[in-house]
Design a protein around this ligand. Structure first.
Ligand SMILES: [Zn+2]
Length: 213
């Protein structure tokens, strides 16, 4: 990921998904001058939006909540058009979303709806699409990273952002889980902590060697 985007759009099903998955990368985008809009699809109860707003302030990103029903994204008939409208409004040159092979139905729906909305985009400036992982080994599955980002220098502010989610009891399993994930990804790419991604391509031009037959 050596291109520096000007405008970044991140989708997350729930109030803590974006910062726990890509808080370090978003901090790096902000340091490099990119604008970042974090779009939460749900925030229930409303107090969780307050937590997410506090986390967004630490990450220095804009935040918007679509106000959809937690646990009901699969049943949201206009989910794809809603995400498409966000893309049309913010005109990002990079999009982050859930990896859709995830045990949580809302994560599946968010990831797949983002993919379907992204497929509708046309022209020469189609944003790059990266999928992120959430709780590895529990929710995210079959995730084989194509890209890593060293987030060692952003670990502390990311931790402070995650601790804004007091309702998730961050000192019990929430933060230790994400800290372990960052260290695992760091081991894989040779740094202290990292965040990992799968880039989605429209054509398999970068993956010919991955053909199975
Ligand atoms: Zn979630």
């Amino acid at each position: 990921m050596n291109q520096t985007p000007r405008s970044v759009l991140a989708f997350g099903a729930h109030p803590d998904d974006i910062e726990s998955a890509i808080g370090g990368v978003l901090l790096r985008h902000r340091r490099e001058g990119g604008s970042v809009m974090a779009v939460l699809l749900t925030a229930e109860p409303a107090s969780r939006l307050v937590e997410a707003e506090a986390a967004a302030a630490i990450l220095d990103v804009q935040i918007r909540c679509l106000g959809l029903r937690d646990g009901g994204l699969w049943e949201q008939a206009d989910l794809v058009p809603r995400l498409r409208r966000c893309m049309d409004e913010f005109r990002p040159d990079r999009i982050y979303t859930h990896w859709p092979l995830d045990a949580h139905p809302d994560h599946q729906a968010c990831g797949m709806a983002t993919f379907r909305a992204w497929l509708q985009l046309s022209g020469s400036d189609i944003p790059r699409l990266f999928c992120y992982e959430v709780v590895l080994g529990n929710q995210t599955t079959a995730f084989s990273p194509t890209h890593y980002v060293n987030v060692t220098e952003f670990t502390e502010p990311k931790k402070r952002a995650l601790f804004c989610h007091a309702s998730q009891r961050p000192d019990e399993t929430f933060y230790p889980t994400h800290e372990a994930m960052m260290k695992l990804r760091g081991l894989e790419c040779g740094c202290e902590t990292a965040e990992a991604f799968v880039e989605v391509f429209r054509r398999p031009v970068h993956a010919r060697e991955r053909y199975m037959f």
